[in-house]
Design a binder for this molecule. Sequence first.
Ligand code: ADA
Length: 642
Amino acid sequence: MTGLSRLAGIMAVLFLPSCALLAQAGDPFPAIPPTVLPVADQEIRTSDDPMATRLFRTTSVRTQIQLSGFWDFLPDPRGQGEADRYFDRFPKPETRMWVPGTWNTYARYWHYEGPAWFRRTFPTPAEGRLRLRFAAVFYRAKVWLDGKFLGSHEGGYTPFSFVEANLGKGEHELVVLADNTLDDESIPKSGVDWFPYGGIYRPVYAELVPDVFIEDFHVMASVASGTNANLRVRAFLRNFSATDREEQVTFEVNGRLLFSEKLKLSGRDPEVSFSVPLADARFWSPGSPFLYTARLHLPQAGDDQYTRFGVRSFALDGPRIRLNGEPFKVEGANRHDDHPDWGPALPPHMIRQDIEILKRMGANAVRSHYPTDEMFMDYCDENGLVFLAEVPAWQNLPEQLAKEVVQDKIKAQFREMVYRDMNHPSVMAWSLGNEWPEFEKSHNVIKSLIEYARSVDNSHFITFVTGGARTGPISALLDLICTNWAQYLWYDPFTSLDLQEAEKAISKLNRIHDSFPDKAVLITELGAAESQAGWHNWGNVKWSEEYQARNVSDSARYSLDRDWIAGGLVWQFSDTRSSPSRFLAGRLRGWNAKGVVDGYRSPKMAFYKLQELFHDFQASEARPRKATEDTGDRTGRLASER
Ligand code: ADA
């Protein structure tokens, strides 16, 4: 035995028993976590989609050209690039930047908000019609191909595309102007509580398309009776030939031909729709997330597109949500596309890691303030995570909502979100926005936005989210009442948990149910409290992991224990970078540290508390209930007593 190993032996004898004693006493150290979080393996599924955008191949006939990679980059703080025609003669770039990515993770551009130019060249293998598809650019984009202006897009989370006919074979130059400046009329507005990461931060690719091609298609599955489903297919086509024409349209599900007919196409953007039955459907649910693959094919024109869909039904039964007829309690987290090193452009294996962490936490649902990464949505479908999708209209004031230009932007972003995410069976509800203060003053505007939303899609729940357990007459028009609530308020002067304040918060929440006893109330943000990962304070003092864990677990327990609460989503999944203007507003060095895991996904105490609660709840749900419990709430009060 060497001197060193002997010393180690003595230390072990002296030290280990005292550790065991502390652990036995239960407090003050947290129990050893029941699970260890996964380290995502590197084997990722992007090979299924060579464009690395989705988890499946979207076409089997189009020639596609990957445009991710290094691009020339030049910020333009004085906004002179358009006048100086950078799209004709790109000046000397300042650096090369990886796409998909954001300039705000580069030290040099850490705080940069403004216009910036990107440029790259690429070869086309043949002459033809080129479609360029951007999955998202934050927040405004203008695009030029070989010096020619193709168009612009506003809205930082939804895809857009341009088509250029008769492009010659060979090298082409693509120039993009991206601008992440937010203002009072942008959606989200400036000062929003997440970082406005600028750039081409989601994948971009080009593809050769024929004269007539498929821009997109929706498959809306509804349950007809028993296991028989009905599929309503809507195809959005483009016709670049000179005339109206007839096209053979075929539709296959899992390789089985369900529809084949010649359909008349009129105009430049013809839309065709048809319905087909799907017998003996397998249902999609969190426990069994079964997915179908559909292919729409134009054999004459020589084009096709694939999508995936699921057969499931969400319904409301008084204050309960039912999924495929069974009661469904929402348990999950709010998540931003955000990482300290990658910003919103998480690589695929890290997106998958987030899904695995959420599953291990026991979550069955996720909410995002904006349309999240398409690959994340695909993983939700595959892993049975229900999704609440939202327009990033965050804390808009009545004066802002009153402006037509703002309403139009909300509508445009709503439509783009719905059109992009319609086919995901994971999507349960569309939210028009979050925490509009004094929302009562905007009654008519909100009413007309709800009407608009229903005219775009009436197959999902429509809602918007209020802050601090508030409700009003407009709630009667919503399918779900969604509110953000915590048992102990973070933004109050107390430095530790205040039980009297908790009573007030609870009675405010109960007032919603008293006013709308037959409506489902969902706590869309639950238990928000910041903590410095790794800092413990046994007196539950603010910023400690203990304070956060207590707020999260008390708020979550409250919602799990009541049948009239349709569920809760913790605020928030991971620590995220906040707006520059919030740097000093109760933030941890500019970060919103209310994550149950930190920015690098290390779990905090709140994570394990939530995991325990979710797992206990699921185990108790799995046990058969007594007849009285079926109508009463879980605190023992019967329906008749409420
Ligand atoms: C609100 C808001 C979130 C976040 C949170 C917080 O609930 O919806 O986006 O800002 O407050 O951290 O205070």
